[in-house]
Design a protein around this ligand. Structure first.
Ligand code: BES
Ligand code: MN
Length: 464
């Protein structure tokens, strides 16, 4: 009964929900760039104001980096059986560059309707993760407006460092273990199966970063005076990068696949039954064939296989015109996506050994990754909260939710389990074409609206 009423409130108030989302989207809270520290604080403060107006006990808690927004709500309908549920999202966003490729200003959210009548909100953070986190904030808004309370006891944890690897997260979870340990965590930072089909994500890959510098001559050299005699660090870097994969797309670092298991047969079968169109998925981004390990499906490659990826390389002269130089240094940033029991530290160590071995004479490699990293997470599909949430999603979308994997990483999921002993249910409303981390990021208005309504239903279902 109250679920239906609350859904009606959410529908009526949807315009105001959009306005609030747009306010948050206008704050350029780029966590990876120290120049935006104040803006990260501003986004945290905005959330504090919003949640406190709903009656949450909330604060932006300082950390070594950007603040953590922690908000608690004790249900006025609570009985001893009412669960305490944590909801997680992140208010920080990725950098906007290359900014010249945006069709609208990244921090001026813009509503556009396409030929099919599909409405989308364009801007950095629309899908990752402000639009998503606002779905549960707005659901709470609708519940409180309709019934004067939430139907469950809730804690909202909204982080500001997800896009920079969550450096403050572990100490924060450890220091506030008792306060943050709930019956279950809901994480809203993943995708739907497609525009019409909801999904619950049960696997995420882990991630570890590395940064390398190769130095050959001690200073930049004239490439005529020294060319042929001096080792060029870009040549050494290219050799290393080229050696990372064999001709079958397999990573060649010795020991890299330790802890990576083959998929259980039933999982393989379920994935095969999903009717995933590789052609469409790759075609949408201008590609024709999968570049990973040969003989594996695209879904398998993304959801269950590890990667060694170069995210950027630089060195030497890249300005206009030519310059005849042998540079002193060359650099690269790499990331490794991890699966199964792969250990971030061991993977880094294996890479470093491998990289040193690849260096020709007079090329010295140094490593300046910040260590850390997080292993992959897997959530049991028989979890009772997954069952309840599937039913609620089905009621909203009139379609069964797909249990799926994801290639992305959300380090907190693993920490919730390891530190707080808490399982996570990953329910999100993003789509593959949202262009997260890319120019022209967008979130469909239908994702936002049905996301809010889905949380209204899930919160209701959890109170029963
Ligand atoms: N929301 C993403 C992860 C994601 C993307 C999950 C797509 C499911 C589908 C998250 O915010 C993210 O981008 N995480 C980073 C990790 C971080 C340590 C930089 C990632 O995966 O690159
Ligand atoms: Mn992200």
């Amino acid at each position: 009964m109250s679920v239906e009423k609350t859904l009606a409130t959410a529908e009526l108030g949807f315009g105001a929900s959009m306005d609030r989302l747009f306010e948050l989207l206008r704050i350029p809270s780029i966590s990876t760039d120290p120049a935006y520290k104040a803006q990260c604080q501003q986004a945290a403060d905005w959330l504090v104001k919003e949640l406190s107006s709903l009656g949450f006990d909330v604060a932006a808690r300082p950390t070594g980096g950007h603040p953590m927004v922690v908000a608690h709500y004790k249900s006025k309908m609570a009985t001893s059986k009412t669960p305490h549920v944590l909801f997680y999202g992140h208010y920080d966003v990725q950098p906007v560059d290359p900014v010249e490729l945006w069709h609208t200003k990244p921090f001026e959210p813009t509503l556009k309707t396409d030929e099919r009548g599909v409405k989308r909100i364009y801007g950095r953070g629309t899908a990752d993760d402000k639009g998503q986190l606002m779905t549960f904030v707005e659901a709470a808004h609708a519940w409180i407006k309709t019934t004067g309370t939430l139907p469950i006891n809730a804690t909202f944890l909204i982080e500001g460092e997800e896009e920079s690897g969550s450096p403050s997260l572990l100490p924060f979870l450890r220091a506030n273990k008792k306060e943050l340990s709930c019956d279950v965590a809901y994480v809203c930072d993943t995708n739907m199966w497609d525009e019409k089909t909801p999904a619950i994500t049960t696997r995420l890959r882990g991630l570890v970063h590395e940064e390398i510098t190769i130095t050959s001559p001690s200073i930049d050299l004239h490439s005529g005076m020294y060319g042929g005699a001096a080792m060029n660090p870009i040549r050494a870097l290219s050799k290393l990068i080229a050696a990372l994969h064999d001709k079958n797309g397999r990573v060649t670092i010795p020991g890299f696949y330790s802890g990576v298991a083959e998929l259980p047969k039933p999982v393989k079968k379920q994935w095969a039954s999903l009717k995933f169109s590789e052609k469409k998925f790759l075609g949408a981004v201008g590609l024709k064939s999968a570049a990973g390990e040969k003989g594996r499906s695209v879904i398998e490659l993304i959801w269950s296989r590890p990667t060694a990826e170069v995210n950027g390389i630089w060195g030497g002269y890249t300005g206009t015109g030519g310059k005849t130089v042998i540079p002193s240094k060359a650099h690269a940033k790499l990331t490794f996506r991890l699966v199964g029991k792969q250990n971030p530290k061991s993977v880094l160590a294996a890479f470093q050994r491998f990289a040193k071995k690849q260096m020709p004479k007079d090329a010295v490699i140094t490593f300046s990754g910040h260590g850390g990293g997080s292993p992959a997470s897997e959530i049991s599909e028989s979890n009772v909260y997954i069952k309840k949430s599937s039913a609620a999603l089905k009621a909203e979308f009139k379609k069964e939710a797909v249990l799926m994997g994801s290639g992305g990483s959300i380090p907190i999921v693993r920490s919730f389990k390891d530190i707080l002993g808490m399982d996570s249910v990953l329910v999100g409303f993003g789509l593959n074409d949202d262009a997260i981390h890319s120019p022209n990021e967008k979130y469909n208005v239908s994702s936002f609206e049905r996301g809010i309504k889905s949380w209204v239903r899930i919160m209701g279902a959890l109170s029963e």
